[in-house]
Design a protein around this ligand. Structure first.
Ligand code: ADP
Length: 438
């Protein structure tokens, strides 16, 4: 309590007592002015002195916590509500302290690492799991820039731009390598949380699954080629097998071809998932578009036209030829597969105003209902399984396209209207394409 507050309270105590004194002084003044004034002065002095004593008593009791029995009625009047309020405050402070301790204990028991970052990128707090995964010590590293303690300083930018998916990187740790998924969660006023999750075991299982699928596919390849070869020899021989054996063999041949396509797609996927992309080269866009169009024309039934809409000026894309040809080829084959005659397929490129560019495949086909669109890149997801099979689909085409897109820093975007057609776009960032230099 400061001096002004103290004086104000003391004055209030004094004024309460002044009522009676001033009455007696007024009556005395009616008979004798000097006697009245003297009485008033005496009364004032007395009232101030009493107020001072009462005030000291209140202050002493207020801070001592002693019981209130025995103190004056006036002091009790002030102190009782104060004590009640103080009890409430004490309970609240105690509850807040306990909550804080529990929160800190919970924060340290979280199974994922959390680093609380300040707006300038320095570490504010980190939990125990983050200490273990990133090999940090809170006493040592709090207040220091996080970028200095990640395996590569530019990871901060990569994590920040990776969005909800996060960024998975290798974190060396005492002779072994951990795979950690790092995710950026923006907070108020430029602060952020960095979530660190150990994905080493999940990655190991994922690698085992991939290797298993790749090995099985590889083992199936040779017997399938032999089966298909003998079937073709039998079917193409000068004395073809008589019916109904000929019909059966035709069906077995069709299934062998389908299985071969499946095996090839599985191997392509395993290779895209499990390896680093080979070095990228500048590729002529018009050539890529023509190759995809040729593939589509090769299987297009009568009544389906396949056109190329080349970029307005010659363009090049930085990528891996086999992968981009496979992605565009898959999109073009799908367009032909899901477009009934008469129909039109256009394969082209367009520049966007923000510096990005798109390779697109547009058709006037059956289209896709919106609820299916988010799941189309899942392996073996088909809108209509029977139709896909009839048209020679494996259910892996768009998964392959999506992987190729990711390996080229591109995004696969899909627009479709049921009954009207679809457009599949591969959108590349500015650094991935240029005007042709030759
Ligand atoms: P599939 O081998 O079955 O075509 P994809 O992964 O290439 O497998 O495509 C997945 C599903 O997406 C297809 O089964 C089909 O339902 C749908 N789809 C793909 N492309 C088109 C398209 N151009 N028009 C309509 N539906 C399409």
């Amino acid at each position: 309590m400061n001096t002004a507050q103290r004086l104000r309270l003391q004055r209030r105590f004094a004024l309460r007592r002044l009522g009676g004194v001033s009455m007696v002084a007024a009556v005395t003044a009616a008979f004798s002015w000097p006697a009245g004034l003297a009485l008033l002065a005496l009364g004032l002095g007395w009232a101030w002195w009493r107020a001072e004593r009462e005030f000291s008593e209140v202050v002493e009791l207020a801070f001592s916590g002693d019981p209130l029995e025995g103190c004056s009625a006036r002091a009790r009047l002030v102190l009782e509500p104060l004590r009640a309020q103080e009890g409430g405050w004490r309970r609240r402070v105690e509850a807040a302290r306990r909550d804080r301790e529990r929160l800190i204990a919970a924060w340290d028991r979280l199974p994922i690492g959390v680093v609380w970052l300040q707006s300038d990128g320095t570490i504010r707090r980190l939990n125990r799991r983050a200490e273990e995964l990133l090999q940090l010590r809170r006493r040592l590293h709090a207040g220091q820039p996080l970028a200095l303690f990640l395996p590569e300083p530019r990871w901060v930018e990569r994590i920040r731009t990776a969005g909800e998916e996060g960024f998975t990187g290798e974190v060396p740790q005492r002779g072994e390598t951990l795979y950690c998924r790092l995710q950026w969660v923006p907070l108020e006023e430029g602060e952020a949380l960095l979530l660190v999750e150990d994905r080493t075991e999940a990655m190991r299982l994922e690698r085992m699954r991939r290797d298993f699928v790749a090995n099985v596919s590889h083992e199936l390849r040779t017997p399938l080629t032999i089966v298909r070869g003998y079937l073709e020899t039998a079917l193409d021989s000068p004395t073809p097998p008589p019916p109904p054996l000929g019909g059966y063999l035709e069906q077995v041949h069709a299934q062998a071809v389908r299985m071969q396509r499946l095996v090839e797609d599985l191997l392509t996927l395993a290779q895209l998932e499990g390896t680093q992309p080979p070095p990228a080269q500048w590729l002529d866009v018009a050539e890529l578009l023509e190759t995809a169009a040729d593939q589509a024309r090769g299987v297009a039934p009568d009544g389906i036209t396949v056109e190329v809409s080349p970029p307005p000026r010659p363009r090049e894309i930085l990528g891996v030829r086999t992968e981009l040809e496979s992605a565009l080829g898959n999109l073009a084959l799908n367009a032909v597969r899901y477009t009934p005659a008469p129909g039109r397929v256009v394969i082209g490129m367009r520049d966007l105003e923000n510096g990005e560019c798109e390779l697109f495949v547009r058709d006037t086909g059956i289209g896709i209902a919106p609820e299916h669109v988010p799941r189309l890149t899942e392996r073996f997801y088909r809108v209509d399984r029977a139709r896909s099979r009839d048209r020679g689909g494996t259910g892996l085409g768009l998964a392959i396209v999506n992987h190729v897109a990711q390996r080229h820093e591109a995004r696969l975007l899909i627009d479709s209207v049921p009954g009207q057609g679809s457009e599949f776009r591969l959108r590349f960032p500015p650094g991935r394409w240029r005007a042709r230099v030759r």
